[in-house]
Write a protein that binds this ligand. Structure first.
Ligand code: PLP
Length: 414
């Protein structure tokens, strides 16, 4: 028999930037018996989650739920809105943006990639993986596209591979300033329910989401929030699509059902997650993540290790990328920390493999979970021979102690 419960005592510290730890409340909700997905109870569940998920995307328009990982929802966003050979402008903020571009090219789209300008001594192989999207670059490129060949602009909201949170409202402004009709497609797989996202207000046409990050669910559901313009584009888009096609799903969702078999138990979990997040209040959820991020950044700064994202205002509330000194294999440090302290940290992906690791600070956590995580990092870094300037744990403790866990402005009256 394969023993899957291989963590001997206590809880494993799952501090990768997703999948994030799943709260017991959600695990219990998912343990309910699976029901008939064409029956009346299911319709009530479907209608409730479809209505409430719109509040998380901040949209009045349809949100489609797929039984898929985030990659499926990337594909859905492209195949529902675009036609073979369409020009698509993408911004390589990191590994996930690069993977989305690769997918678009495989689907037969003509992709053009923007990268942030500038060089970097620490990560010469990927200087642009230290910044968010540069909206002025998008505006300049769209202004040159006088015959409006570019059909969509695709950006990643929270780049999970680097820890940069891009300003999507500014991207919308850039598109408008250029007077360009391109659709705006946004990957908020790891931003959703951690950082503010306003699908309607920011004029996003498709927002792509996933279950396994801020929503605190296991992997297995993915989302497309769809604007009226995107729904209109879907009527003439010619990329082949069947399973991902919005039309039948949106039509059946009106009564709370799906054309194919939905993942019922994950929808129980989604229902519970939405109760928790909307009950807490989204502004409070975002403030909580930002506060944890501040504590983690204070720790990394006390160690005097470089934070990957060099734009202070773009540093992610979801994760922090930590660059290792030259000659130190970040994956060897991660392995040591995993083996000694039962703590999982995110690996460096693609171009930055071995050069950095990622600390996830999202979802079902609290100050002490993060302090323990930082303690595991600090011990592991020292054991690996990395010299640290000071105690990051102490710096984070000071930061957490100095700030209210519940921001006063958002605290509910007792
Ligand atoms: N986009 C971002 C920003 C991600 O973080 C991920 C996964 O971590 C993906 C896309 C791909 O999603 P999945 O691995 O769920 O298919």
């Amino acid at each position: 028999m394969l023993d899957l419960d291989f963590h001997p005592t206590g809880r494993h510290f799952l501090q990768i930037p997703g999948p994030s730890p799943v709260p017991d409340r959600i695990l219990r909700a998912m343990s309910l018996p699976t029901i008939d997905h064409r029956g009346p109870e299911f319709g009530a569940l479907g209608r409730k989650v479809l209505a409430d998920i719109r509040k998380v995307f901040k949209t009045r328009h349809p949100v489609v739920i797929y039984p898929a990982s985030g990659t499926g929802a990337w594909e859905a966003a492209l195949v529902n809105t675009l036609s073979p050979g369409d020009a698509v402008l993408m911004v390589e903020t990191g590994h996930f943006a690069a993977l989305w571009q690769k997918m678009a090219a495989r689907l037969g789209l003509a992709t053009e990639i923007l990268v942030a300008p500038g060089s970097d001594a620490l990560l010469p192989e990927a200087p642009h993986w230290r910044r968010g999207v540069q909206p002025d670059q998008i505006e300049a490129r769209l202004r040159k596209d006088s015959d409006k060949k570019i059909k969509a602009v695709c950006v990643v909201h929270n780049e999970t591979s680097t820890g940069a949170l891009s300003d999507i409202a500014a991207v919308r402004k850039a598109i408008d300033a250029a007077g360009h009709p391109a659709l705006l497609l946004v990957d908020s797989i790891s931003g959703l329910a951690c950082a503010d996202l306003r699908h309607d207000e920011w004029g996003i046409d498709v927002t792509v989401g996933g279950s396994q990050k801020g929503l605190m669910l296991p992997p297995g559901i993915a989302f497309n929030a769809i604007s009226p313009r995107a729904l209109e584009a879907a009527k003439t888009a010619r990329l082949p699509r069947a399973f991902w096609s919005w039309d039948e799903i949106v039509a059946m969702n009106a009564d709370g059902y799906w054309p194919t078999t939905p993942n019922t138990n994950l929808l129980y979990g989604l229902h519970e997650a939405l109760e928790m997040l909307l009950g807490e209040g989204l502004d409070h959820v975002f403030a909580r993540h930002e506060r944890w991020a501040e504590g983690v950044r204070a720790a990394v700064e006390a160690w005097q290790l470089p934070i990957q994202c060099v734009e202070p205002q773009r540093r992610s509330p979801v994760l922090t990328g930590v660059i290792m000194p030259a000659g130190v294999d970040a994956d060897a440090v991660r392995r040591l920390i995993y083996e000694r302290f039962d703590l999982s940290l995110g690996t460096g992906l693609g171009k930055v493999k071995g050069r950095m690791f990622r600390i996830g600070h999202l979802g079902d956590s609290n100050d002490l979970t993060l302090l323990a995580t930082l303690a595991g990092c600090e011990m592991g870094l020292k054991l690996a021979g990395v010299s640290l300037a000071g105690s990051g744990v102490q710096a984070a403790m000071d930061r957490f102690a100095a700030t209210d866990a519940v921001p006063r402005s958002l605290a509910k009256a007792a």
